[in-house]
Write a protein that binds this ligand. Structure first.
Ligand code: PCA
Length: 206
């Protein structure tokens, strides 16, 4: 089985994006029966998905796991849904890495309002919690680049009736990223890596 894992470049003044380290770790996971490939995506509304869609066409994965950081979240957040809107609020209030600052812009004109993740998020939550990793199902992936990525991938899969499961997982900042703002929650890279491995192990064979 082929699993494609994506991560993002840094954005919004962050020095790093833990999802880059995570995709590097994922390359070295040894999980029987699982072939993992990874891709780094830009934090730009108009550019975040074309390389991912191209990679899906070319490599034909069975599963796509997109990863992003949500500074301020305190757990592994299994996203439930992508919504058809781009809007620069919250982390995106200063726009994307190209300065694009959409307001109420649909991702796909006349597309469905929302599309659900097709990863077994309830099962994954149970497995993460059995391993004592702070985790939850999140009911919004925001309206920034991560939501655009989730929605666009799910929309492609639906439109083309592809036999691919896909979803999005937000991770917290690492302690190193927020050392000057210790009130911001964080999770160490070791725990984040363990979480990703548990997720992939439990997607094997779905
Ligand atoms: N997090 C942002 C974009 C890139 C990332 O890692 C988001 O939550 O939209």
């Amino acid at each position: 089985m082929r699993i494609l894992v994506s991560g993002f470049e840094p954005f919004g003044g962050l020095s790093t994006n833990p999802t880059l380290e995570l995709i590097n770790k994922a390359k070295n996971f040894e999980i029987e029966g699982v072939d993992i490939d990874t891709i780094q995506l830009p934090v730009v509304y108009r550019e975040c998905t074309p390389p991912l869609l191209e990679k899906i066409n070319e490599w034909q994965p069975d599963i796509v796991i997109c990863l992003g950081v949500a500074v301020g979240c305190s757990s592994i957040n299994l996203e439930r849904v992508g919504i058809n809107v781009e809007d620069t609020v919250g982390e995106g209030r200063n726009g994307d890495n190209n300065g694009d600052r959409p307001v109420d812009r649909p991702i796909v004109n006349n597309g469905p309002e929302g599309l659900f993740s097709t990863l077994p998020i309830r099962l994954l939550l149970e497995k993460l919690q059995e391993s004592k990793i702070p985790s939850m199902i999140s009911n919004t992936a925001g309206t920034y680049i991560c939501n655009t990525t989730l929605y666009t991938v799910l929309h492609k899969i639906q439109e083309e009736s592809l036999d691919i499961k896909a979803g999005f997982i937000h991770v917290p900042a690492t302690p190193e990223m927020i050392s000057a703002s210790p009130e911001v929650p964080s999770m160490g890279m070791d725990t984040q890596t363990r979480a990703l491995k548990i997720i992939i192990e439990n997607l094997r064979g779905i």
